[in-house]
Design a protein around this ligand. Structure first.
Ligand code: ASC
Length: 150
């Protein structure tokens, strides 16, 4: 019994020491995952964009629903830029891996701004929503400028 417990602990420790990339069976799986996460994010951010630009009527409830999805999705793609995924044919620039601290900062910025965006939608005030939308969109753009090929 003691042996079983000890080997279980050893197994858990080994599993935890794997890099984040090991959460995916293959690098292609990680690439697929991060693209999917960005696609869903863009779909919901686009709905907010339509409201921010007056192409859709501002509806605080719908804005909150979409912003909450953006804020949740914004946590996901980053650990899928792990080892072995830098050689895949994607729009990711080598800077993602060469300037990883800066990339992490950009990822964190989207996450913090999207949390603020959720809060802004909950005020029900269109101006607050628009300002927070613009701030969040700015984090998308600056990260794309530095880390994403056109
Ligand atoms: C979007 C979308 C992006 C960002 C970016 C903001 O709706 O799909 O990639 O906004 O254009 O500047």
């Amino acid at each position: 019994m003691k042996k079983i417990i000890l080997s279980s602990i050893a197994l858990c420790a080994a599993a935890m020491s794997f890099s984040a990339a090991a959460q995916f069976a293959k690098p292609e799986d990680a690439v697929k995952y991060r693209k999917a996460a960005f696609s869903v994010t863009a779909a919901h951010f686009g709905r907010l964009g339509a409201m921010a630009q007056g192409k859709a009527p501002f509806d605080a409830k719908i804005a909150t629903e979409n912003a909450e999805i953006v804020a949740s999705m914004a946590k996901l793609p980053w650990h899928a830029f792990g080892e072995g995924t830098e050689t895949a044919e994607t729009k990711a620039k080598p800077e993602v891996w060469k300037q990883s601290a800066k990339f992490k900062e950009a990822a964190d910025k989207l996450q913090s701004e999207s949390v603020k965006l959720v809060a802004a939608t909950k005020t029900g005030k269109e101006d607050a929503f628009k300002a927070a939308f613009t701030a969040t969109a700015g984090t998308c753009k600056s990260c794309h400028d530095d880390f994403k090929n056109k």
